[in-house]
Design a protein. Structure first.
Length: 92
């Protein structure tokens, strides 16, 4: 009986949210420093990551559409084979 709690309501789970703050001045300063370094020809080994989100979405969509097309063709072939087998079994 210790496991059953008929009249008590379970406590909700806590929500842990860590806010991310955006400092516009700091970002502008970093971009200016990068631009100046490029103009002066100063290169660093640690290149910052520049995401190519637009290209990634396009590639994922192309992969998805080709996979769907191949799947549809495969289903049609299987359906045709099953219809052919059923025709041969029932009508001959």
């Amino acid at each position: 009986m210790a496991g059953f709690k008929f009249f008590s309501i379970p406590k909700p789970r806590g929500f842990r949210y860590k806010p991310i703050y955006y400092n516009e001045q700091k970002e502008e300063m970093r971009e200016r420093e990068e631009r100046i370094r490029r103009e002066l020809g100063i290169t660093e080994n640690d290149k910052s990551y520049i995401p190519n989100i637009k290209g990634q979405f396009r590639n994922a969509y192309k992969r998805k559409s080709t996979a769907n097309r191949q799947s549809n063709i495969r289903i049609l072939i299987i359906l045709f084979i099953l219809l052919l087998i059923s025709y041969l079994l029932f009508f001959r």
